[in-house]
Design a protein around this ligand. Structure first.
Ligand code: GTP
Ligand code: SPV
Ligand code: MN
Length: 592
């Protein structure tokens, strides 16, 4: 019996199968039985390793190829008819040429393999705000990840019906050759082609490819926002919940903030943080004139190094079962370890490259050899998170009172400041910058501009994206307040001054109070900052000097920054909204 009568879907699958030439085509139905079958198949081929089921029930282990451990932004393209529509911050390829080039890598790439058909929904099945995709892949690892990260299977096909709209997502590992790797987006065709990789963000096509690059393009045309943001609710003692969305670049703290556990004095005051999402927010204006957000994902694909019971206890609880571990150290007892994990450093194990490992190993240059890759990750069901919000799959989402932008800056950006208004807030988002992390291939630690944490994920011209944000502000009667935070300011010795993690709630509390109009703030050239007395620092071992340092604003450094922003803006030429140029000039005036 045919799985579906959707003609376009069936003919597309046929066409892709003719190109990739799989031995067989398997429809993913979303059942537990099929999942188990696929797992045991992958155990046999070595694609997956079964972990110690007594300690980590339902958990499996996977290693990616050594040159395939992070998103490869230099191989990621937006393929629009006109180059200007991709804009100066995206790689661009002409669609015909792109299809042709990728086809040469896809040709026969699934010979001797099976092609899995994964119908998936980003957002609750059937919600008018959800988007359906169908991913074709030759990787069981991808199937198992998609089963956690999205709602996938027969249910989705039913909703798609005979003529529903879906994003065509094609993936093949091919030879896992970085020289034959491409991650291509065709927003005008609602199509994604990814070849030559087996790493998360490159291959879980519902995630960055659909829910950010394609969705941001759809959002621009349909009047909503697709953002690289966490979503949380902050509940106070009276049970009031304030919802906040926050954009931080990759590996800059979204997962950690999303699962925050209040420090003791805040627990006593009755504070609770409710998790809704850790990576992606889709936001639209509702009839009440507010911005409402949903998390289109159903799982976490989170960074492991540095994650332990002290920094992120909720993450540790989340990943004790039904979790896929990628690129960690594999211990002899069939459990896993990563740098910064709980407990003692294991005396031996097999590292993420498959080689024997023990503490203290160094390479030819004397640099330490890690047991786990710095971008090793867990894939876990969102419902396993102890702090999960009861509204996590509410199709309407939650009303957002504040938007936070944040980067990883050793200097310059203070712990917290508030934008004067929406337009200034869009400016604050547009000038975000952050040190590059292990989540992307390239020079680590270098500061780059990353507006709204979307530089790798905006599916169209970023100047138009800024205009879209400004337009949303014009349409929204009750806009969220906009803030900027920096948990990563360092002292002369390079140590973080702010304790971060759970203590970030101290800053969030200030934000909530500002949203509720409960406290005044101090005006500075870059925005509003807290009066010291309004920051609750009880129980925190931090000197007054350090707090002052964290909140300090150095006008000379900011003038230098403003000049760098001018240069960054100049690439957008006259497509840059005039409002942002005005904001930049006003900033310079206030600084001098
Ligand atoms: P993506 O999944 O790549 O989008 O990243 P993310 O923004 O969810 O980052 P995540 O929360 O996983 O944090 C990545 C790294 O930042 C980890 O090594 C954390 O330990 C570290 N980190 C997170 N929050 C803080 C903080 O408040 N202070 C400090 N110093 N480090 C933090
Ligand atoms: C990121 O890099 O921002 C991630 C991980 O969230 S990935 O899905 O690989 O893009
Ligand atoms: Mn991310």
């Amino acid at each position: 019996m045919l799985k579906t009568n959707h003609k376009e879907l069936l003919s597309w699958i046929n066409e892709m199968a003719r190109m990739c030439q799989p031995d067989d085509i398997i429809w993913i139905d979303g059942s537990d039985e099929q999942k188990k079958l696929l797992q045991s198949e992958a155990f046999q081929t070595g694609e997956l390793i079964e972990l110690n089921q007594k300690v980590l029930p339902g958990c499996v282990y996977h290693r990616t190829a050594i040159n395939d451990v992070a998103r490869t932004e230099h191989l990621t393209y937006i393929c629009t008819e006109k180059k200007e529509d991709a804009g100066p911050t995206n790689n661009w390829m002409e669609p015909k040429e792109a299809y042709k080039k990728a086809a040469s890598f896809f040709n026969g790439s699934m010979r001797g393999r099976k092609m899995y058909v994964i119908p998936f929904s980003m957002g609750p099945i059937g919600s008018k705000f959800s988007k359906i995709g169908v991913e074709l892949t030759d990787s069981i690892y991808v199937v198992l990840n998609m089963l956690i990260m999205t709602k996938a299977g027969d249910e989705v096909l039913k909703v798609l019906g005979n003529d529903g709209i879906f994003t065509k997502c094609l993936h093949s590992k091919a030879d896992l050759d970085i020289n034959k790797r491409l991650i291509l987006h065709f927003p005008q065709d609602n199509t994604i082609w990814s070849v030559g990789s087996g790493y998360g963000g490159n291959v879980l096509l519902g995630k960055k490819c659909l829910s950010l690059r394609i969705a941001s393009y759809l959002g621009k045309n349909e009047g909503w926002l697709a953002e690289h943001m966490l979503i949380i609710g902050i509940e106070d003692s009276s049970g009031n919940v304030t919802y906040i969305a926050g954009a931080f670049p990759s590996a800059c703290g979204k997962t950690n903030l999303a699962m925050l556990i209040p420090p003791e004095p805040f627990k006593k005051l009755g504070y609770k943080v409710l998790t809704i999402g850790d990576d992606i927010a889709w936001m639209r204006i509702k009839e009440d004139g507010r911005l409402w957000a949903v998390n289109p994902e159903t799982g976490f694909f989170g960074v492991l190094p540095g994650t332990n019971s002290k920094t992120n206890p909720n993450a540790i609880k989340t990943i004790q079962k039904n979790t896929i571990y990628t690129n960690t150290l594999l211990k002899e007892d069939g459990t896993v370890w990563w740098e910064g994990a709980d407990g003692p450093v294991p005396l031996s194990g097999i590292d993420w490259t498959g080689k024997p490992w023990k503490p203290g190993l160094t390479d030819e240059d004397g640099k330490p050899i890690y047991g786990a890759n710095p971008n090793s990750r867990f894939t876990a069901p969102i419902k396993q998170c102890p702090s999960i919000s009861p509204l996590v799959d509410d199709p309407e989402g939650v009303p957002i009172s504040a938007i936070i932008f944040g980067g990883r800056r050793a200097t310059l950006a203070p712990l917290i400041y508030q934008a004067f208004n929406w337009q200034h807030g869009v400016f604050v988002g547009s000038i975000m910058a952050s040190e590059i992390t292990a989540a992307q291939y390239g020079a680590q630690g270098k500061v780059r501009r990353d507006p709204m944490a979307m530089i790798p994920f905006c599916g169209y011209n970023m100047a138009d994206y800024f205009s879209h944000w400004l337009n949303i502000g014009k349409k929204i009667k009750n806009p969220p307040l906009i803030f900027h935070v920096n948990w990563f300011r360092t002292d002369e010795k390079g140590n973080f001054i702010w304790p971060g993690f759970g203590d970030n709630l101290r800053v969030l509390e200030w934000i909530v109070k500002r949203c509720n109009n409960e406290i005044p703030a101090q005006e500075t050239p870059i925005g509003y900052i807290p009066y010291l007395k309004d920051l609750n620092l009880s129980g925190l071992d931090i000197s007054n000097d350090d707090i002052k340092k964290l909140l300090s604003i150095n006008n000379l450094e900011w003038i230098d920054e403003a000049n760098q922003i001018k240069e960054f803006y100049s690439q957008f030429k006259d497509r840059l909204p005039v409002e942002l140029e005005l904001e930049l000039n006003s900033l310079l005036k206030r600084l001098s």
